[in-house]
Design a protein around this ligand. Structure first.
Ligand code: ZN
Ligand code: ZN
Length: 428
């Protein structure tokens, strides 16, 4: 059953390793409930990281802690063969959980600005941690079924786009053996049990941009003395609507949203500056560069058209890279998933969300593939699909009601990691 030249999915190794799956279910469910009940904000994943390190150490992994802020890697060297890296993100969100689950979070914590906020695993990163620990255990307990090196990487701060980069900058490359391939997965709001590999661009790149335009302040009754930054900012807002409409080809994807605009303090004062904050999503590097260039061009030109005393300040922040799955890697992975999961493999298409995972394989110079797994109870999802009310009835990631079912979500996510890893190990 091979669909590409180098894809030789021998599912035997995965099958043998996964025979141990029933034996870890209680342990894994216990871990999951514990992570779910004790969520931690980005860069505060101290307890989660400590628990991960403790479990990995107990399984015989060589563990390094505190990479970046709270990053953890466990390395299991098991003879000759490829090095496979699997990443799970660990952070939760400032969201008040409203799932009604008996293990729902009631945690609050101080965010980076010192505000006390509710915290919940509303993006499902607790699923990723539990699945990676599960696969780490199965691989450790079946060392005679495979040969190679497994690197289990637990990343902080995915939600603010800094965690992957901070691990890279903290000498990640010197801490782990050089991987041959890197993987990650995300639980999403589709049917639990389904696995969704996707070749090529899978998650959009995201950029946030802050534009501060400079005017000349004056009395509200004397506009002739001013350069009004509110009028200038308004011109920029309107002109920016033409970037996607007139400069991006109809078949290409781009979103330009101006999520925030502020300027001035009082009705009878003309301010001396105004601030715009934008969010840009794209699936193509050339489109991204064109859109970012157009935004700068328009902001500068509108300032000059207004006779602004100086050009605008343009700051980029919260950059998420494009997640673009390697074609060959994904073809091999999809063949292996299909051999193992059969009809449960269903490409759900690219997603407009964004991720910082690819900063790791990009920095290490290795091919990668990132897949989705479903988290919604199959009957609930099928009923909503039948009624045509999926958007209204199925809470998605970041919603206070997002509540992945434990099974078959955890067993599927765990099996997906084992199948992916052994496909590369088997190819050694
Ligand atoms: Zn998220
Ligand atoms: Zn997420």
């Amino acid at each position: 059953m091979s669909t590409t030249e180098n894809a030789t999915p021998d599912d035997g190794a995965a099958q043998r390793i996964l025979r141990g799956q029933d034996g870890i279910t209680d342990w894994q469910h216990g871990l999951y409930r514990s992570f779910h009940q004790h969520p931690e904000l980005s860069n505060q994943e101290v307890e989660t990281a400590a628990r991960v390190a403790k479990e990995l150490t107990g399984l015989g992994y060589a563990v390094t802690e505190k990479i970046g802020t709270t990053g953890v890697v466990g390395v299991l060297a098991n003879g000759d063969g490829p090095v496979v890296l699997m990443r799970a993100d660990m952070d939760a969100l400032p969201v008040k959980e409203d799932t009604g689950l008996d293990y729902a979070s009631t945690v609050t914590a101080k965010d980076a600005d010192g505000n006390e906020v509710p915290v919940a695993h509303a993006c499902g990163h607790d699923v990723h941690v539990a699945c990676l620990l599960g696969a780490s255990r199965l691989l450790a307990e079946s060392k005679d079924a495979w040969s190679g090196t497994f690197v289990a990487l637990f990343q902080p701060a995915e939600e603010d786009a800094t965690g992957a980069k901070e691990m890279v900058d903290d000498k990640l490359a010197d801490t782990i053996p050089h991987p041959d391939v890197a993987f990650a997965q995300h639980v999403l709001a589709f049917t639990s049990g389904v696995v969704s590999p996707h070749a090529g661009p899978f998650l959009s790149s995201a950029d946030s941009i802050r534009i501060t335009v400079h005017g000349r302040g004056a009395h509200g009754s004397m506009p002739q003395l001013s350069v009004d930054p509110v009028v200038l900012a308004s011109s920029i807002v309107m002109r920016l609507q033409t970037v996607v409409a007139r400069e991006v080809a109809p078949g290409d994807f781009a979103v330009v949203t101006i999520g925030r605009i502020s300027g001035g303090t009082k009705s009878n004062i003309i301010a001396d500056r105004a601030v715009l904050e934008l969010n840009v999503r794209t699936f193509d590097t050339a489109v991204r560069e064109h859109v970012l260039g157009a935004i700068t061009r328009i902001a500068v030109a509108e300032s000059q058209a207004s006779d602004a005393p100086e050009d605008p300040d343009i700051e980029m922040f919260d950059h998420y890279p494009l997640t673009e799955n390697d074609e060959d890697t994904t073809a091999r992975l999809t063949a292996a998933f299909t051999a193992h999961f059969g009809d449960a493999v269903d490409d759900q298409g690219r997603q407009s969300a964004s991720e910082d995972f690819s900063d790791i394989p990009r920095a290490l110079g290795v091919p990668y593939s990132y897949w989705g797994i479903g988290g919604i109870d199959p009957q609930t999802y099928a009923a909503a699909e039948k009624k045509g009310t999926v958007n209204q009835d199925i809470p998605a990631n970041h919603s206070p009601q997002f509540a992945p079912v434990m099974e078959p979500t955890l067993s599927t996510g765990t099996a997906a990691i084992v199948v992916a890893a052994t496909t590369w190990f088997a190819g050694s």
